[in-house]
Design a protein around this ligand. Structure first.
Ligand SMILES: [Zn+2]
Length: 274
């Protein structure tokens, strides 16, 4: 189980314990400690030998204190056994939900702190709040909180749910097709974002939006909000900018789909299994 802790400076109040867990981010990788094929998160004593230690207290993971630390990828190339680099994207789909939550929190907080070292109003260096997740400016007293980028992802169906709209994004590898997705704009609610994204990217109008699930996607700070919608009108056309191809597919006949574990796949499976 992972329990959130909001006080970034709590780590300074604790006596460091060599059994504390440390989530280390090194570029697109994290570091795991392997005993045979069994992976564990590294503890502070293993990381101290690398000259690294936890700097942000992110919460309690399986009743142990858990810290997050970012190191340059170049300093993690020759790791001593039993430590090994492990791709973050793979980690998110293969390990328990509690580990996933801890890693997402670590990555989003480290990203946000890295981008907020100075006050945007007066330029003074920011310091972590003792009371919450904020960063405070000691000069002008501005307060900054972690920022998330909400995004919508939508399974559009027609023909009583038998057909699902799937699209190939120019950034997707190979012949992968997925759902229509995009960021919520400033000043826009989630429903408006869904209608706008689908119209802009596919020239379709949809109706009957239904919320399905959400997923933290820390690349670098998204919160994916997944919905289904029903086709209303229009002829589906890829916009040619973001999407290069799209079409209506069935459970029996469809292209390559996103990996299991992603919220996109959860929505697709739910529609195809109905
Ligand atoms: Zn300031």
């Amino acid at each position: 189980m992972f329990e959130f802790a909001r006080t970034l400076q709590q780590c300074h109040a604790f006596q460091p314990d060599r059994d504390d867990m440390v989530l280390v981010l090194a570029g697109k990788n994290t570091i795991l400690s392997f005993a045979g094929t069994q992976a564990a998160l590294p503890c502070r004593k293993e990381m101290e030998e690398l000259g690294s230690y936890g700097v942000i207290f992110i919460g309690m993971l399986d009743d142990r204190r858990c810290f997050a630390r970012e190191i340059p990828e170049s300093s993690a190339v020759d790791l001593p056994e039993p430590l090994r680099l492990y791709p973050i994207r793979q980690f998110l789909f293969e390990f328990p939900e509690s580990w996933r939550m801890a890693l997402c929190r670590a990555r989003e907080l480290l990203f946000w702190q890295g981008k907020h070292r100075f006050c945007g109003q007066c330029g003074t260096g920011l310091i972590a709040s003792e009371n919450d997740s904020g960063l405070n400016c000691p000069a002008c007293r501005s307060v900054y909180y972690p920022q998330l980028a909400p995004a919508v992802i939508v399974g559009v169906t027609r023909n009583g749910g038998k057909e699902l709209l799937l699209a190939h994004n120019r950034n997707f590898a190979g012949n992968l097709f997925s759902l229509i997705a995009g960021f919520v704009e400033a000043g826009e609610n989630v429903e408006a974002a869904i209608h706008r994204e689908i119209w802009e990217e596919t020239s379709l109008r949809v109706k009957n939006l239904r919320y399905v699930a959400s997923q933290v996607w820390p690349f670098p700070n998204s919160l994916m909000l997944a919905f289904t919608a029903e086709y209303e009108s229009g002829t589906a056309q890829a916009d040619g900018e973001e999407l290069s191809d799209l079409g209506w597919f069935t459970a029996e006949d469809h292209p390559e789909l996103p990996s299991p574990g992603s919220v996109a796949r959860e929505v697709i499976d739910r529609i195809f299994n109905q």
